[in-house]
Design a protein around this ligand. Structure first.
Ligand SMILES: Cc1cc2nc3c(=O)[nH]c(=O)nc-3n(C[C@H](O)[C@H](O)[C@H](O)COP(=O)(O)OP(=O)(O)OC[C@H]3O[C@@H](n4cnc5c(N)ncnc54)[C@H](O)[C@@H]3O)c2cc1C
Ligand code: FES
Ligand code: FES
Length: 483
């Protein structure tokens, strides 16, 4: 029993790793690869960034994604490729173009954050991503630098595409792909004692039914923190993330079926096409590092009152397909949440798919996230409003909010104020005023109860502006300075 992966071009087999071992801990403490740093150990700083490689859909190339190694279970990289900062330099010791650009543009001072920036930028370099300011802000939102300042790092990011080199990684690609292909063909296996990552839906369902007490993980961007922060240890971990059907997203004429283990990074382009306002919010959910691992199924499984996607699912009247053993049942997202972090999932049951409607011309969705920082911050309030407008009159309004109650919850009084009203500011002012009948929010470290109610009302009024095609908001992209 061993976790098998390609690390910096070499096959590694880690026998008998404990199921709760995190990739970063193993890299630093067992493999001696201390270039990858530990800062926060909770996915917030990016010091631990590594690239995880998997074949593209057609199998002809490697797709590298930057992830937080601190909260990634070691067993989750079984059958994949991992690249750390030590694997970037050429065989002759030449710096990789990304490293060269950072040196040339003075993008590092103390250097603690630098390996993380290098690895995030490497994945962007590899995919030949755009280097405009808005794109780079998105790409780098999960990497924090305390001393250099971001301008030199952005300069390096803009310049890295023009630096020659990095060819040894392209040369390794066919061999790595062939190795991953062989492993993929071997089917289900338990890489570590107590860590199972089934490759088929039936095997997953059978396993979870047999071991209902196992910790289920997808991207582990919540569950990983239970290990690194709460110091929990698990005897049995089951990853849902390797089942192809759970990672798939199918776009139909009327609806979209999203596998519970599809990452937000994979969901984002679909949301841009089908629900642009949802996509704008997704870009602010965590960082790209988080979105490369995190899933909708994980958001549902955590059932946090501040899970950002949950109010959107309520507003869109999503249907969840749940599976236990051979049996499936469908439930409305609204019925899924029972109490604070409590869902109607039975032991051994898991979320298989989420079904969302595509919207016709007359149906509008608006999503607003209120948080202290623009990127990478947990919401104080998340508002999602969906309604139909015909002859400038509102019908079928669905208003749902996060951060306002123990569970993500609809707002019946606000909905009643909107139903049948003309599409104008008065309707949304009335709906905002009705919110105090819908919610009695708590005061906590993120916001006071009064602030939450006020902000929720402002979200409704902004939704009203947006539906009337007169959005009132600051530009998403900061004003360009010094370029
Ligand atoms: C730095 C950082 C920033 C974050 N920012 C945000 C944010 O802005 N907004 C936000 O909403 N969240 C945020 N999160 C929380 C987290 O990223 C999300 O909740 C995410 O959707 C969790 O998905 P996951 O796949 O990582 O879940 P995991 O951590 O793998 O699992 C979470 C829970 O869901 C269960 N679960 C997972 N998949 C299934 C399934 N298919 N069926 C049943 N149960 C399942 C697990 O058992 C576990 O209980 C952040 C987290 C971090 C570390
Ligand atoms: S150590 Fe900070 S994100 Fe991993
Ligand atoms: S160079 Fe010191 S934290 Fe970035």
């Amino acid at each position: 029993m061993a976790v098998r992966f390609v690390l910096n071009g070499e096959v590694r087999e880690v026998a008998d790793a404990a199921p709760s071992t995190m990739l970063l801990a193993w890299l630093r403490e067992e493999a001696g690869l201390t270039g990858t740093k530990e800062g926060c150990a909770e996915g917030d700083c990016g010091a631990c960034t590594v690239a995880v490689g998997e074949p593209t859909e057609d199998g002809t190339a490697l797709r590298w994604r930057a992830v937080n190694a601190c909260i990634l279970f070691l067993g989750s990289v079984d059958g994949k490729a991992v690249l750390t900062v030590e694997g970037l330099e050429g065989p002759d010791g030449a710096l990789h173009p990304v490293q060269r650009a950072l040196v040339d543009h003075h993008g590092s001072q103390c250097g603690f954050c630098t390996p993380g920036f290098v690895m995030t930028l490497f994945t962007h370099w590899w995919r030949e991503g755009a280097t405009d300011r808005a794109t780079l802000d998105d790409v780098l939102a999960g990497n924090l630098c305390r001393c250099t300042g971001y301008r030199p790092i952005l300069d390096a990011a803009r310049a890295m595409g023009g630096v020659e080199g990095g060819d040894h990684l392209r040369a390794q690609e066919p061999e790595i792909l062939a190795r991953l292909d062989v492993w993929a063909g071997e089917g289900d296996r338990a890489p570590a004692p107590g860590f199972v990552a089934p490759r088929s839906l039936d095997a997953l369902a059978t396993h979870l039914e047999a071991y209902p007490d196992a910790l289920v993980v997808a991207g582990a961007t919540d569950a990983g923190l239970w290990v690194t922060k709460d110091l929990a240890r698990y005897d049995r971990v089951v990853s849902v993330a390797e089942v192809p059907e759970l990672r798939a997203i199918e776009i139909g004429d009327d609806q979209v079926e999203i596998g519970a283990a599809a990452t937000y990074s994979d969901l984002l382009p679909v949301a841009e096409r089908c629900w642009p306002s949802f996509a704008s919010m997704l870009k602010r959910l965590g960082s790209e590092l988080i979105r490369n691992s995190a899933t909708l199924g994980g958001n549902l499984g955590s059932a946090s009152p501040i899970g950002d996607c949950l109010p959107v699912l309520l507003a869109l009247d999503a249907v969840l397909v749940l599976r236990k053993g051979a049996a499936r049942r469908e439930v409305a997202a609204e019925d899924f949440f029972l109490d604070y972090k409590k869902t109607l999932l039975e032991p051994g049951e898991f979320v298989e798919r989420v079904r969302l409607p595509r919207l016709d011309e007359a149906v509008k969705l608006h999503v607003e996230k209120v948080s202290k920082r623009f990127d990478q911050d947990i919401s104080a309030v998340l508002a999602a409003v969906c309604l139909r407008v015909e002859d400038r009159r509102i019908s079928q309004p669905r208003v749902a909010m996060g951060g306002m109650a123990a569970i993500p919850k609809r707002a019946p009084a606000a909905e009643a104020a909107l139903a049948g009203a003309p599409l104008d500011d008065t309707a949304f002012l009335a709906a905002a005023a009705a919110l105090e009948r819908d919610y009695q929010p708590l005061t906590d470290m993120r916001a006071s109860a009064a602030y939450r109610l006020d902000a929720a009302g402002a979200c409704l009024r902004k939704a009203g502006f947006a539906f009337q095609n007169r959005p009132v908001r600051l530009p998403d992209t900061p004003v360009e300075v010094g370029s």
